[in-house]
Design a protein around this ligand. Sequence first.
Ligand SMILES: Cc1cc2nc3c(=O)[nH]c(=O)nc-3n(C[C@H](O)[C@H](O)[C@H](O)COP(=O)(O)OP(=O)(O)OC[C@H]3O[C@@H](n4cnc5c(N)ncnc54)[C@H](O)[C@@H]3O)c2cc1C
Length: 466
Amino acid sequence: MDKKIGLFWLRDDFRITKNNALIEATRLHDRVVVFYLYKEKSYKQQEAQKWWLSKSLSNFRKQLNRFNINLEIVETNSFKIFFDKLIKKKDFSIYWNKVYEPDYLKFDEYLLNTLNSKNIYNKRFKGNALNEINEVKKNDGTPFKVFTPFWRTAEKYYLEKIPPKEKIIKKCEKKINYFNNVINPEKILPKKQWFKNFEKIWSPEEQSALKELKNFIKEKINNYAEGRNFPNIVGTSKLSPFIKFGQLHVETIWHECIKKNQKNIGTSKFLTEIGWREFNYSLINHFPHMLRNNYSKKFDRFPWEKNSKFLNAWKKGLTGYPIVDAGMRELYSTGWMHNRVRMIVGSFLVKHLLIDWKEGEKYFKNCLLDYSPASNVAGWQWVAGSGADAAPYFRIFNPILQGEKFDKEGEYVKKWVPELRDLSKKFIHKPWEHNDKKFKLGRDYPYPIVKHEEARLKALNAFKKI
Ligand SMILES: Cc1cc2nc3c(=O)[nH]c(=O)nc-3n(C[C@H](O)[C@H](O)[C@H](O)COP(=O)(O)OP(=O)(O)OC[C@H]3O[C@@H](n4cnc5c(N)ncnc54)[C@H](O)[C@@H]3O)c2cc1C
């Protein structure tokens, strides 16, 4: 056993199973400390995730207690300043798992070089992905820009790998404190208390994630290919925040799915969605400019409009289009939104309101519990048409038809827009055609902020300019 202290730098890996770096630290050291570096400014526009993070830290701390491991939270403004100071101590070895974002990977290079130059033992492990970014490329060595061949290659590559031997975390000899000036997880909670509702819905810990996964495989996965389209039912796994924070490793998902179902249509479709997540990581690492700008340069000339009245109506769920408003209210209230509805509200913002996708991306970032730069930016650029393998800009979702197709009875709308609950199926997605004394448009529910057909033509004209 190494007499030094084993430090595990916790990032997006709040789990004890398949946590390679943490497992290695406990294998080599009697004394292990897990530390989380909290940078307030990085979470400035991720209010909903502050809640998930804070809860994950307290729950993981309890889980680690059983292994005599302390979890310490250190607040810092800069990883570099923190590590430059830490490195002077020299009484530790350090372990961590990769996070597949360009800034993290770049910082890793700095850290690896600095630690090695000071002879401090360190080891970095694969993160929460099936394959490493550089493992999946075209035959000519260039990155994939289209999803289907990417996933075909990625799946094949993953299946051909020899599965690593399953290792487990070991109990440490005794629990120790290592850092000064640590903070409590509660300090991270958002100041505004709107998140109280999240507490009724989500339980940010590994055990819940594993339970949800097993339930999903048992009850829902067979019907996933069909059920995933309908926001009025729970047809998807709702595992996204757990995956984002690493309460679940995607390898665990893969193996649990295959174990039970081999590969039926539902399982295949579900794993393909995990594939989209991997594709997005590949994209942002090979084309990092897309994190801040259009992937497709021609969209730099797109004549977006600035309209704070429209943008606020969209954020508040007051556009007058029921399916859009339902989605935006679900997001604010639960920190999550159904994928079909994310596409509808996204399309409405960029095509009906001609507002830059970056505004939508920013708002989602602040409200989503599952926010991840890769999937959010790629999701928005897919919707806008500016991304890789994106929906063409000229294909414009009709929010009325989308509602009638995917929320036939209007149950989803009635749940989130209760002022429409008495409307019949015929009018639920076009309340402006409804006329009676009890329901008055403009008083009980807004008039549509734009007319669908006019907005569609305007969007097509704008598109012609690029
Ligand atoms: C505009 C827009 C923004 C989005 N922003 C995010 C985001 O910030 N974070 C995020 O995780 N997903 C994002 N998505 C993708 C998708 O909507 C969510 O992953 C999904 O709704 C999560 O619900 P679920 O766990 O029930 O998914 P399931 O259908 O059960 O899928 C299982 C898992 O596969 C992954 N996945 C599913 N669909 C996609 C997809 N289209 N792209 C990438 N990964 C996918 C997720 O990790 C998900 O948890 C966005 C999509 C759009 C259109």
